[in-house]
Ligand binder design. Structure first.
Ligand SMILES: Cc1ncc(COP(=O)(O)O)c(C=O)c1O
Length: 391
């Protein structure tokens, strides 16, 4: 029976009769699963090593429920969960590329993804060409005979710029290149890249998926073949797993995921429109605003844009600092996707960075990133307004 989005979150992987009739899947906080006799152990190792649990680094029943749900939410065959989003990104890239391969990557990716490609991958003779990703010609020009991966992040984490998923997937397939995308910002609620032909979807579940700001986790979703290759080495051998307790917490977070995303899509748009009209704001970056340069593409491949947005303030960095310090409900923190409103200054660690850095990472000194949480929207508007008016 096919299940729709919210039903997957509540039921998939926990069919009636499983887990001793407990309504909530239990937390299997164990390292080992024992064999009943010698024969059973010998058969397990002689066969395909499937069909039962053996060791939590291979498979744990609590994590397995979560993996089934995440695979279904993205429309994929298989999913593996990792200790963090970075764990998933590193495993997907390093598990797919081989020495001598080349990667084409969107320049405005999450900055630590950029570091994997520039600081770790070159050690294994894997090179990367960074492009803006805004036109398909740019991808065509960057591809070489040895290109193995096209890595996307759409929307990207800074100005929420997009890539045309269907067009990139089509081009990559015609050349035998594997496409992967960081879909953290959109979530499976708002965008399903596999449906556009992308091969692997990566998530940091530390954000919207868990949604409570208390778990670090990551996931890679795609075909059994591609995910299986990564699972056997970069996941199992390197021990880059999501422990059972974290899996149990994310399962709990997923119960309210569709309801939370509906809220975030609604308030995100309302606050983006409110800020766009505000006299202290020069520009708002949010894909569902008509003013976003790729708004039509957003409407084609996304169902909403959550409540993460960036604003450029009139008055530069000094104004940005005053605004941030004047907010009452927004804590100054780098993450997003939880219950609480947060604010971040993308250039906090690079206050003196020049135009090259700004261009590469799609940031500028007047930019502030805002995440709208689950507080009352009128309180949030009032707070933003009073902070924007501070001179
Ligand atoms: C878009 C994006 N991808 C990946 C990550 C990394 O995720 P994690 O912090 O779970 O390792 C982040 C973290 O901020 C992110 O913003």
């Amino acid at each position: 029976m096919t299940k729709k989005f919210s039903t997957i979150c509540q039921h998939l992987g926990e069919e009636k009769g499983a887990f001793c009739d407990s309504v909530v899947p239990p937390l299997f906080e164990t390292v080992n699963f024992y064999f009943k006799n010698f024969r059973e152990a010998a058969d397990y190792f002689a066969g395909s090593k499937t069909g039962r649990y053996y060791y939590t680094r291979v498979l744990n029943p609590t994590t397995e429920v979560l993996e089934k749900k995440l695979a279904a939410l993205e429309g994929g065959e298989a999913c593996k969960c990792f200790a963090s989003g970075m764990g998933a990104i590193g495993a997907a890239i390093m598990g797919t590329a081989r020495a001598g391969d080349h990667v084409v990557c969107v320049a405005a990716v999450y900055k630590n993804t950029h570091r994997i490609l520039t600081e770790i991958a070159p050690r294994y003779n894997i090179s990367t060409t960074f492009i803006s990703g805004k036109s398909i010609d740019e991808f065509e020009r960057a591809i070489r005979p040895e290109t193995r991966i096209i890595y996307l992040e759409s929307p990207s984490s800074s100005k929420y710029s997009l890539q045309d998923l269907g067009a990139v997937a089509g081009l990559a397939k015609s050349k035998g290149i594997i496409t992967m995308i960081d879909n953290t910002c959109a979530t499976p609620f708002n965008q399903n890249p596999l449906a556009f032909g992308i091969d692997l979807v990566i998530h940091s579940g530390s954000k919207y998926l868990n949604g409570h700001g208390d778990v670090l986790m990551g996931a890679v979703i795609g075909s059994k073949d591609l995910v299986g290759g990564i699972a056997g080495k970069e996941h199992y051998l390197m021990g880059n797993i999501l422990p059972p307790f974290e899996s149990w917490l994310v399962l709990r977070g997923l119960r309210s995921f569709p309801v939370r995303m509906e809220h975030f899509n609604r308030v995100g748009l309302e606050i983006a429109e409110f800020l766009e009209e505000h006299p202290a704001v020069a520009r708002v970056y949010y894909p569902m605003l008509a003013s976003h340069p790729q708004h039509h593409l957003a409407l084609r491949q996304m169902r909403g844009a959550g409540s993460l947005l960036a604003v450029e303030l009139k008055g530069g960095p000094a104004k940005a600092a005053r605004f941030i310090d004047s907010l009452r409900y927004f804590k100054i923190a780098a993450s997003w996707g939880g219950y609480e409103s947060l604010v971040w200054y993308p250039m906090i660690a690079k206050p003196d960075a020049g135009p090259e850095y700004m261009d590469l990472h799609d940031v500028n000194p007047s930019m502030v990133r805002i995440f709208i949480g689950m507080e009352d929207i009128e309180d949030i508007k009032e707070d933003l307004d009073q902070a924007l008016r501070k001179d």
